[in-house]
Design a protein around this ligand. Sequence first.
Ligand SMILES: *[C@@H]1O[C@H](CO)[C@@H](O)[C@H](O)[C@H]1NC(C)=O
Ligand SMILES: *[C@@H]1O[C@H](CO)[C@@H](O)[C@H](O)[C@H]1NC(C)=O
Ligand SMILES: *[C@@H]1O[C@H](CO)[C@@H](O)[C@H](O)[C@H]1NC(C)=O
Ligand SMILES: *[C@@H]1O[C@H](CO)[C@@H](O)[C@H](O)[C@H]1NC(C)=O
Ligand SMILES: *[C@@H]1O[C@H](CO)[C@@H](O)[C@H](O)[C@H]1NC(C)=O
Ligand SMILES: *[C@@H]1O[C@H](CO)[C@@H](O)[C@H](O)[C@H]1NC(C)=O
Length: 938
Amino acid sequence: MSGHFAVRRLLLCGCLGLALPSLVLGAVFVSLEEAADTQPANGTPKTLQKRSTDNNVVEVYSVTIDCTVTSRFAHTVITSKALNKANSSQEIFFEVELPKTAFITNFTMEIEGRVYVGVVKEKEKAKKQYETAVKAGQTAALVKASGRNMEKFAVSVNIAALSNVTFTLTHEELLQRKLGQYEILTRVKPKQRIQEFKIVTNIYEPQGISYVDVHSTFLSNELLPLVEKTVTDKKAHISFSPTLEQQRSCPYCEGSVIDGDFIVKYDVKREKGLGDIQVINGYFVHYFGPPDLRRVPMNVVFVIDESGSMAGPKIRQTREAMVAIIQDLHEEDHFGIVTFDDYVRVWKPTLQQATNQTIKDAMEFAKKITNRGMTDINAGVLKGVEMLRTARRDEILPQRSSDMIILLTDGMPNSGVSDPVEIHKNVREAIGGNMSLNCLGFGNDVEYPFLDVMSQQNKGFARRIFTDSDASLQLQGFYEEVSSPLLLEVDLKYPSNTVDFLTTNHFNQLFNGSEIIVAGRLMDNDIDNFLVEVFGVGYEDYQVQGQASVSDWGVMYPDEEYVFGDFTERLWAYLTIQQLLDKSKVGSPQEKDSITAKALDMSLLYNFVTPLTSMVVTKPETDDTLQVADKLTEEQRQNAERMGFTSEKKQSNLHLFQSLTLSTSNCFLSLFFIYLRSETSFLSAPKPTYLFGGWRPSLSDRASRPEDALCFNINAKPGTIFTLVKDQMSGVLVNGQIIGDKAVPPDGHISTYFGRFGIVHQTLGVNLEVSTQDISVFQNGNWVKLLWSGTASLKGPNMDLLLTKDRSLTVTLKDSVKFVILLHKVWKKHPYHRDYLGFYTLDSHLLSPNVHGLLGQFYHSIEFEVSNLRPGQSPEKPDATMFVKGHELNVTRGWQRDFRRAIKKGESIPCWFIHNNATGLIDGEATDYVVTGLFSTL
Ligand SMILES: *[C@@H]1O[C@H](CO)[C@@H](O)[C@H](O)[C@H]1NC(C)=O
Ligand SMILES: *[C@@H]1O[C@H](CO)[C@@H](O)[C@H](O)[C@H]1NC(C)=O
Ligand SMILES: *[C@@H]1O[C@H](CO)[C@@H](O)[C@H](O)[C@H]1NC(C)=O
Ligand SMILES: *[C@@H]1O[C@H](CO)[C@@H](O)[C@H](O)[C@H]1NC(C)=O
Ligand SMILES: *[C@@H]1O[C@H](CO)[C@@H](O)[C@H](O)[C@H]1NC(C)=O
Ligand SMILES: *[C@@H]1O[C@H](CO)[C@@H](O)[C@H](O)[C@H]1NC(C)=O
């Protein structure tokens, strides 16, 4: 697996909910293997071929990620060097993931002393050139959407025998303060250990740094001291450069490599008044985010889609989020709830103050939100507007307070007024600039541009909520960001005879924990100070003025003047382009054209890859082999997600965990297997289970891809015993017995569960029987009985047991396997259900390659591919075709519950459901796994 490396540079910032700590925003890896491209969605299966890798052919010997933040402006340079050690030429790949909020500004390849530089061109022109190349069959697009917040840049080049290549990619962006901090996140996921490996971050903040936190998901206690952090008043230096030996995640595991996120969070010191102004090289930038302002009361109407398409997890997550959000309302706030399908309902006809009683009442209402009919967005939003207007008219709202509508929807309008243009018009007219409208688009069926434009037109912004187990947290995170307005209608004024080319200088709201940034150009380079004024409506009137003066960075940072160059100008250009791109979405066609033309000119002038430009990379081999890097819009990202769903190659060669738990459905035993893979794992790996040196328990890790779970039911009668894991080499056997309800439920359907497990380790002489009452252990010739009602820890030479009272039993069998059995307690007096058990494998990589059994067979790599997504019986659950083990199966999108983290409620995990007793997926038939005794082998 050498020649394969992955590491990520991430900047968490910009405009997505900070409640999502694991957002991944950037990455780079270099690999010898073919990048796992998303194939065109034509439904034809690509042959599942193993890609060959020669361990010693390409060596990536150096990777450096160097980020310099100058007054929030992040300039990141990623350099990777590789050597082709082979006698023949080799294709070498370079892949980088960068934040979707960043612009690529340069890319170069240095080969045999020659430097090949990517050229930024107008997108249309680049496309023509590119299409010619496509016809010649020469090329591929370089940038693809990746995850929620990244995009992936991938390029490959043919390198002659015994030659070096150096790839360098530069990207830039303005960090956005959210919930009181800036965040720079780097994902470290090398696939091999690298001779020279370095992450360096330098932060220069003239306002003074109030704190810098560095943490990481992969730093063990031993690695922690390797992170160097030096913070002085205005500068922070953080570096991490582990040696080859230290790049192992587990000191004893051959092939293990560190893997995880490296996160730097910081904030700057804030003083009352104007904020901070930097004037350098003829451009200025003004940061405004005063501390200690009192919150302005908020009047908010939640307008919630309860149409049929919200069925399933979405509506449940919405309920959860609403209950949490309502609890967070302040007593000075007023609020209302509107729910709509093709019919509009209200919690109360008028806005209510958030008292203990109304909060309690509204929570009860929120718990009962259910999915019903069609989607009439127009009527829902207009109802919310009317409620706010009426409350204003009747003077029940505080004079100084902020009016806001939060719309949550998951689909397109299909009832009532359903023409998007007409809805835009109706809403704009009804709102009349008197309140803000924020739109949350839930899942992939929403037309995000429709919501985006509607928000832009009404002083608000739109966000996507991704269908995932953390959707409820995404919703709450968004609310947290907007729930504390400090100032309304903020104007930042500069003398018009002194500055021009100002970026936006009027803001509808300033939220707690955020920051307003304005930049502009000085008309006269020699000006050394000018007047600045800020006005706003807050709890009290807000008005400050003062002088901005030219800062002398040479004095502030005497040793490093050369670092800063033209950052104010580039920051100004970045901000201007971003704002123009936003503005180009609204307005008349002529306005749009002129705004777009301006944004294009600036993108070209400053070499930014924006949605209007492309970077053309010419490969050295032949002059007409072109590759083109684009910037994707949110709409394109969403489309890619929809497409990717149907065609992405699934190859689950990294088992981070597998699990087996119960089902409660009508006499069916449900086995469910989860394959969580890393994002990069579709690059095939000869030693998959070693790649990450063990398993990673965290589902919240966005690198995991919960959508890759497979699940199925097996129809079996209570009493049946299945062999779940069998490894003759190591002598490990796990059997599980099914039990049924203790009485027949009123609907006549008896649920089945796992009620008993028999576990044997022949070589170690260990024997374990686990039931819902107790645990019998046979070890070293002695029997011990443990009760679930106690907590215990047993350490033996061959087996460790950790029993957590009424909850879980973790079993570690020496040098072979580790798993956990969960006890699901049911109310004692439940008329028919009873306690049951769940089984989760934590680590199986030491078992032999011959391990088998209903669960054990999935300890091996399994490759599958899902294509041809099509409507299923229920709109929430599309059908698809799965190619696996040479079979073509009809599968259905479904949900399963994972109980490892939340033993009571579980978490919903999307999975591909395989019908028909999993025939075609499992080896043989389900009946082949049935045995007669808890300790019998087949
Ligand atoms: C490279 O070429 C030499 C001589 O032709 C040969 O002996 C050697 O095995 C080759 N090495 C590889 C890695 O192919
Ligand atoms: C990109 O990088 C190359 C190599 O360092 C340099 O020559 C070139 O000027 C850079 N281009 C831009 C637009 O900065
Ligand atoms: C490749 O780069 C390494 C390190 O810079 C250098 O030692 C080596 O000589 C180079 N090899 C070739 C063939 O240029
Ligand atoms: C509301 O409840 C909180 C705690 O639950 C209590 O401290 C507060 O006094 C209550 N307010 C009113 C007005 O009852
Ligand atoms: C899968 O479903 C399609 C109809 O959607 C049917 O024509 C086909 O025979 C099914 N294939 C299998 C293997 O069940
Ligand atoms: C599944 O297997 C059981 C026997 O174990 C059988 O009775 C049942 O019909 C099978 N179901 C399907 C859908 O094949």
